[in-house]
Design a protein around this ligand. Structure first.
Ligand code: SF4
Length: 183
């Protein structure tokens, strides 16, 4: 997906219609086929399926397979800490869904990402962790925030996410320069 498509929706994004939500998710995923109402319902009701969609971002073949068979659900994972990370990712997806899959404006996204790229907490996803192999889109987006475990290129697009670390100059703000409030 290109950043040209990011909507100016930071902060108080309105809840979108079902059709608009499906359009936004389609755009975010770079899906080759539309998001059907059945696939959208599965993504909202089944965190494992939602995470498989996220994992397949930009992968036309895998997305087509998933979107044509939304009843296929998720897959089992294992390994120390993986359950916690998947739960975190699922909760982030659920928060994002409540905004109607809104995305931050392009300048906000660019600022967030530039901050992450200059941050000492940016790191590589541990290759041995199953959950990262599942969620890393075949290794194409492998930089994570080591403080929260999120892939920064995805996290930075979502208005419901914030940097978890306070600014060194203003403890009321995150390193992204946004209020340190719960989201
Ligand atoms: S989210 Fe915050 S702590 Fe994490 S890498 Fe980005 S700037 Fe650093």
């Amino acid at each position: 997906m290109t950043t040209e498509h990011l909507a100016p929706a930071f902060g108080d994004a309105p809840i979108a219609s079902d059709e608009e939500m499906r359009r936004r998710l389609h755009e975010f995923l770079g899906a080759p086929i539309p998001i059907s109402p059945e696939a959208m319902r599965a993504a909202l009701e089944n965190p494992a399926y939602a995470l498989r969609l996220m994992e397949a971002t930009g992968d036309a073949e895998q997305l087509t397979e998933l979107l044509r068979a939304p009843d296929g659900g998720g897959r089992e994972t294992s390994g120390p800490g993986d359950g916690e990370l998947l739960a975190h990712a699922a909760a982030a997806f659920a928060r994002w869904a409540k905004t109607g899959f809104a995305m931050v404006a392009r300048p906000v996204y660019q600022h967030r990402l530039a901050t992450c790229h200059a941050c000492n907490h940016l790191g590589d996803a541990p290759a041995e962790r199953l959950v990262y192999r599942l969620l890393s889109n075949a290794g194409k987006e492998h930089k994570i925030c080591t403080q929260c475990g999120c892939f920064v290129v995805r996290k930075a697009k979502l208005p419901t996410e914030n940097c978890p670390v306070a600014s060194s100059t203003n403890p009321q703000e995150s390193r992204w320069g946004e209020p340190m409030t719960q989201r």
